[in-house]
Design a binder for this molecule. Structure first.
Ligand code: A2P
Length: 317
C-alpha cells in the first residue's frame, strides 16, 4: 500500500473504500471484502445512511481478528444539519455510535452549506431550502472541539473552494488538514489542489470513476463516460489494466488519496491493485489534458430561488 502523510506523521492509505451509494444489505459485505483484500481505509458519512451497517462490519472484523482498530483509517463527515458549534460533537458521537468506534481518524465538514437542525436529505425540494445562517468559523470551532476531545484525530472538509478555505484558515486555531473534492481527468482542479498543498492540506478524490450509480434525480442528461473514455481506455490497453485502474493510478500519481466505491468483490480487489499500476509521464499529461471538462456532483440541488447558495459561490470560477 502507498500512503499520504499528515503533518504529525500519521499515515492514510492512499486507496480507501468509498461507501456512498452502497446499499444497506450490501455495504456490510463490501467492507469485510475490502478489509480481507487488504484495504485499511474506509470512507463514510452520516448522510450515506449506512453507517450502522458499516459499524457491524467493523465489529465483525475486530471480533474475528481480521484487523485491529488501530490498523484501519476511518473517515466520516458532518452533515449540513449540524453546523452550529453545539451540534458538531453530538453529531460526531452519533456517527461513532453507529460505526461502533470510539474515535475517527478523520472528520470532515461535508459541505460548506448549513441546513436547519433536523433536515436530513431532501425528501422534497422545499426541504433543501430550510437553511440557517451559520458562519463557517463556528462550524470549524466545533470541529476543533471534536479534535480536542480526542474524538477525531484529524479534521478537514469536503467540497470547499479556495475562498471558503481561506475563510476557515483565517480564523482557525487548528489548521484544516484535508479537502475531499471531486477529482478525475474531467475535473483536475489544478488551482484548488495547488492551494490545498501549498497550505499543508492533503487531498482526497471522490467520484473518481464518475459515480455512474447515482440516482437519476441527480444525474444530468448525456453525461460523458470516464470509464468509457477513449484516452483512458487507450492507456489501459497499453498497460494491460482496466479503465478503473488507470483512473485510480492517475490520482495516486498526483499524491491524492482516492475512494472508489464498489460493492462487488472482484471490483473491490481490482481497485486496490491499482496501487501497482505505473503510468508514464506522457500518460499523466494526456489524462491531465483530456480535453473534456465535467463535474458530476455539481451541488445544484443546494441552489435555487429560495437558497442563499449559488453554484458560483460553491465552485471555482
Ligand atoms: P459496483 O459497486 O457495482 O462495483 P465512484 O467511486 O466514482 O462513485 O463510482 C462508483 C461506480 O463505479 C459504481 O457504479 C461501481 O459499481 C462502479 N465501479 C467500481 N469499481 C469499478 C471497476 N473496477 N470497474 C467498473 N466499474 C466500477
Amino acid at each position: 500500500m502507498k500512503y499520504i502523510t499528515f503533518k504529525n506523521g500519521d499515515q492514510m492509505p492512499i486507496i480507501g473504500l468509498g461507501t456512498w451509494k452502497s446499499k444497506p444489505g450490501e455495504v456490510y459485505n463490501a467492507v469485510l471484502w475490502a478489509l480481507e483484500a487488504g484495504y485499511r481505509h474506509i470512507d463514510c458519512a452520516a448522510i450515506y445512511d449506512n453507517e450502522k451497517e458499516v459499524g457491524k462490519a467493523f465489529e465483525k472484523a475486530f471480533t474475528d481478528g481480521l484487523v485491529k482498530r488501530e490498523d484501519i483509517f476511518v473517515t466520516s463527515k458532518l452533515w449540513n444539519n449540524s453546523h452550529r458549534f453545539e451540534d458538531v460533537v453530538p453529531a460526531l458521537k452519533k456517527t461513532l455510535q453507529d460505526l461502533r468506534l470510539d474515535y475517527l481518524d478523520l472528520y470532515l465538514i461535508h459541505w460548506p452549506i448549513a441546513f436547519k437542525n433536523g433536515v436530513g436529505f431532501a425528501q422534497t425540494r422545499e426541504e433543501f431550502y430550510t437553511y440557517q445562517d451559520v458562519p463557517l468559523r463556528q462550524t470549524w470551532a466545533g470541529m476543533e472541539e471534536a479534535h480536542k476531545q480526542g474524538l477525531a484525530r484529524h479534521i478537514g472538509m469536503s467540497n470547499f473552494n479556495v475562498s471558503k478555505l481561506e475563510e476557515v484558515f483565517k480564523n482557525a486555531e487548528i489548521k484544516p488538514e484535508m479537502n475531499q473534492i471531486e477529482l478525475h481527468p474531467f475535473l483536475v482542479q489544478k488551482k484548488l489542489v495547488e492551494f490545498c498543498k501549498s497550505h499543508g492540506m492533503l487531498v482526497t478524490a471522490y467520484s473518481p470513476l464518475g459515480s455512474g450509480d447515482r440516482a437519476t434525480s441527480i444525474k444530468k442528461e448525456n453525461e460523458p463516460s470516464l470509464l468509457g473514455h477513449e484516452v483512458v481506455n487507450a492507456i489501459a490497453e497499453k498497460h494491460g489494466v482496466s479503465a478503473a485502474q488507470v483512473l485510480i493510478a492517475f490520482s495516486i500519481h498526483r499524491d491524492i488519496a482516492i475512494i472508489p466505491k464498489s460493492t462487488n468483490q472482484g471490483r473491490i480487489k481490482e481497485n486496490l491493485s491499482s496501487v501497482d499500476v505505473v503510468l508514464d509521464p506522457e500518460d499523466m499529461e494526456r489524462l491531465l489534458n483530456i480535453g473534456e471538462e465535467f463535474r458530476f456532483i455539481d451541488g445544484r440541488f443546494f441552489t435555487g430561488s429560495k437558497s442563499p447558495y449559488s453554484l458560483s459561490d460553491l465552485w471555482e470560477k
